[in-house]
Design a protein around this ligand. Sequence first.
Ligand code: NAD
Length: 262
Amino acid sequence: MAAITLNAPKLFDLGGRVALVTGAGSGIGQRIAMGLAQCGADIALVDRRTDDGLAATAEFIAGTGRRSLQVVADVTSAEALVAAVERTERELGPLSLAVNAAGIANACPAEAMAESQFQTMMDINLKGVFLSCQAEARAMLRNGRGSIVNIASMSGVIVNRGLMQSHYNASKAAVIHMSKSMAMEWVGRGVRVNTISPGYTATPMNTRPEMVHQTKLFEEQTPMQRMATVDEMVGPAIFLLSDAASFMTGVDLLVDGGFCCW
Ligand code: NAD
């Protein structure tokens, strides 16, 4: 019988790895950053917010014994992202993991939407992910390995009943397909790219004023009859980033409580 080399728990170990997480000051990105630190990674925390969101993430990470750095940057700026990656590698080490969670959501009937509202959505949710991947992958390709997870949405797969957000839905569909395209560009060079498409998740994004009355409907429409917690996005992100998913690239992982089955 062949020697047993399998070590399943080790597959999820991110010890000694360096990660960059955008949107790390709130919600899904914040919680994933915390989870990656618990698995052993040092993390660059990127967000445009200047409140105490990033500091709260950093404080949690310090409690795990891992290192982090806080970078206030806007993902619509290529220059800021390149600088963020440079600083990450200078202060934490070679970058090999990234989660791009920065994003916005809002709603407006398509026939009434101002061009600027459409453009801002595309600038942040689509171009922001492109520029993030570009800056991250340049380092990863140089380093010879990397794994990127982009946070898309089930709204990139289905149309949310009752939510007039054609621009958001289009941006998320584009993130899924763009990620598959990048996965194929970098497939022979050690860099994997996958997406997570969350269903309705209880984050500040879903407690903005125009959404509060929708929460009950979200729960009713989800086969599991509830929204996801942010913690429920952490395991899928660790999985896709880690060696546990070493043969996965170009995949869109729906984490939606069964939503897309109905
Ligand atoms: P959130 O508002 O709690 O967090 C988003 C973070 O991104 C914020 O800290 C914000 O400051 C940051 N951000 C926004 N624009 C930025 C920019 N231009 N540059 C840098 N940082 C920026 O929202 P969330 O619910 O945690 O959303 C995270 C991701 O998950 C988004 O891409 C969102 O579309 C996606 N998503 C959320 C849900 C949900 O139900 N909450 C469902 C599906 C997908």
